[in-house]
Design a protein around this ligand. Structure first.
Ligand SMILES: CC(C)(COP(=O)(O)OP(=O)(O)OC[C@H]1O[C@@H](n2cnc3c(N)ncnc32)[C@H](O)[C@@H]1OP(=O)(O)O)[C@@H](O)C(=O)NCCC(=O)NCCS
Length: 149
């Protein structure tokens, strides 16, 4: 098992993993290919994001995407894990933990103050890795959300 930085060549397998991961949004291949994936690769190249893949015998079986956010309150950058998924057939063998440890290592190297993660489905998984609960995460989707008064 190894973790490495993702490249353009990983786009097809990352898209497949994303389709299994996404619950709130339905991924669209054209938007992924022409807008979101190139933008994420550029952010990663600029140090504004981390996009890492986990490989087993040369096959990519998971990925993690984290965004590096400048803050005032923390006195530095915060690395926020936005997407983490491991192929269902390969779960339970340490791949997810390996990806999170790789993110933590990248955070240490970049002098990030915190690694954070909003999650509904996997709080227990992150607790085991030393994460503690800190805030309620709310979201508003411009152009999509109905306004309730
Ligand atoms: C969460 C996920 C990435 C973990 O990947 P994985 O490769 O199975 O992780 P590991 O093998 O390192 O698991 C470590 C431990 O965490 C546990 N665990 C896995 N998912 C968990 C969850 N959702 N809640 C609580 N514990 C969990 C495992 O049972 C395992 O425990 P064990 O060592 O006692 O067997 C994977 O289950 C997944 O892709 N889930 C769907 C997407 C998702 O929920 N992503 C996280 C939201 S950001």
């Amino acid at each position: 098992m190894t973790v490495r930085v993702a490249t353009q060549e990983d786009s097809a397998v990352i898209y497949r993993l994303l389709c299994d991961f996404a619950t709130s949004y339905q991924p669209e291949r054209a938007i992924f290919d022409h807008r979101t994936f190139p933008r994420v690769l550029k952010a990663a190249a600029d140090g504004a994001a981390e996009l890492l893949v986990a490989e087993l015998n040369g096959t990519v079986v998971g990925y993690v995407l984290a965004a590096r956010l400048p803050t005032l309150f923390a006195g530095g950058t915060v690395l926020d894990i936005l997407e983490l998924t491991v192929d269902a057939a390969h779960r339970g063998h340490g791949m997810g933990s390996l990806l999170v440890h790789a993110v933590i290592t990248r955070a240490e190297q970049a002098d990030d103050v915190e690694v954070t993660v909003p999650t509904r489905r996997a709080a227990g998984f992150y607790s085991r890795l030393g994460f503690t609960e800190t805030a309620t995460y709310l979201k508003y989707a411009p152009g999509r959300a109905a306004v309730h008064r």
